[in-house]
Every structure is written in structure tokens, then in C-alpha cells.
Design a protein around this ligand. Structure first.
Ligand code: COA
Length: 164
């Protein structure tokens, strides 16, 4: 029987950007199943609640591919969550060389924790190389135009958050 490969794409996604969707769309082509995993970090003060992020990403992913699911996890290691959902691959995006050291460290510790799970690094498309969720929040907070950086549902949600 053919072996199905399930991958997991973790991140904070506060909020999701077109850079994230670029990685999700491309990873969805590579793997039989892709789980986008929203990491809930209680030490961070997110702009969007986990429910809001689940809903925003869920809407975007439904348009991208039927093989993508969006879940959240909290209080567990990424490799532990990957084991729980049956993922054999961790997908990460690399925007610039400055990301490399952090990604290398994360991939190494994750391999140490579970050598069965591989990290697969996709190079971010060049038009999104400068993009981060913090940049998007900063520009939106100061009423700048982020319509080229985020999907329409995130744009509306940002406008609502910063309306006052
Ligand atoms: N396009 C646009 N932006 C991108 C991007 C892309 N392709 N890839 C990353 N980014 C941005 C993110 O938006 C984020 O921006 P911000 O810092 O302004 O919010 C930034 O780059 C970092 O994102 P990311 O690398 O996804 O980090 P994260 O903090 O969102 O997530 C986890 C890191 C969740 C994967 C990691 O902390 C984790 O695995 N936690 C679970 C606990 C664990 O297992 N720890 C041990 C292993 S390290």
C-alpha cells in the first residue's frame, strides 16, 4: 500500500500573511496532508486570539487545498504534537539568511528530540522575503496599507482591530 506523507507547518500566525499562505500552498502540493499548527505561547500577548487565528487561517486554507487542516497546540513540544497528529515532516519557511541560524537550531533540537521527524525548509518567494507578522501589525496599527501583504479576511480583521 502507498505510504501517505503528512506534514506539519507550525507558527504563531498572528496574523497569517501572504508569506505564510505561499508556504502553505506550496507545501500542500508536496505532501499528501498538511496540518497548519498554530502554536499558542502563553508568554506572548497576541493581537488575535487563537480562535480568531483558527478561523482566519481556516478560511484561507479552505480556498487553497482540501488536504490542509488547521489546528492549534499549547503546552506541548512541536515534535510531540507532530507525533500526536501522525506528521512525519515539519515544514518551515526561510525568508533570508538571517533566518537560517534560528531554523538550523530548531531543526537540530527537533531532530534530537525525535530523529524520525524530518524538517523540510522551503525558500519563501522573494516578494515576501521582508514580510513578518510584526511588520504587518505595525503598519496596520498606524493605518498604513497592508492589502498587498495579507489575505482579504485578515485585512478586514486588522481594520476592525485598529478601527479606533
Ligand atoms: N512569510 C511571512 N512571515 C513569516 C514567514 C513567511 N514564510 N515565516 C516566518 N514568518 C514570520 C512570522 O510571521 C513571525 O513574525 P513575528 O515574529 O513578527 O510574529 C516570525 O517570522 C517568526 O515566525 P516563526 O518562525 O513561525 O516563529 P513563531 O514564533 O511564530 O513559531 C514555533 C515558532 C511555534 C514553530 C516554535 O516556537 C515551536 O515549535 N514551539 C513549540 C515548542 C517547542 O517545540 N519548542 C522546541 C523547539 S524550538
Amino acid at each position: 500500500m502507498e505510504k501517505k506523507v503528512c506534514a506539519i507547518y507550525p507558527g504563531s500566525f498572528d496574523p497569517p500573511t501572504l508569506g505564510h499562505l505561499d508556504i502553505i500552498g506550496r507545501a500542500a502540493h508536496l505532501f499528501d496532508e498538511l496540518i497548519v499548527a498554530i502554536a499558542v505561547n502563553s508568554a506572548k500577548q497576541p493581537l488575535f486570539s487563537v480562535e480568531e487565528r483558527l478561523s482566519l487561517l481556516g478560511e484561507c486554507c479552505a480556498k487553497l487545498s482540501p488536504t490542509v487542516r488547521v489546528l492549534s497546540f499549547e503546552g506541548t513540544l512541536l515534535v510531540g504534537f507532530a507525533e500526536q497528529v501522525g506528521a512525519q515532516v515539519i515544514v518551515r519557511g526561510l525568508r533570508a539568511m538571517s533566518d537560517f541560524e534560528y531554523e538550523y537550531q530548531m531543526a537540530s533540537i527537533n531532530r534530537q528530540l525525535n530523529p524520525e521527524i524530518e524538517t523540510c525548509i522551503l525558500l519563501t518567494s522573494s516578494e515576501f522575503a521582508f514580510l513578518s507578522s510584526s511588520i504587518v501589525k505595525e503598519v496596520a496599527r498606524l493605518q498604513g496599507d497592508v492589502s498587498q501583504l495579507v489575505p482579504p479576511n485578515v485585512l478586514s480583521a486588522l481594520k476592525e482591530k485598529f478601527a479606533s
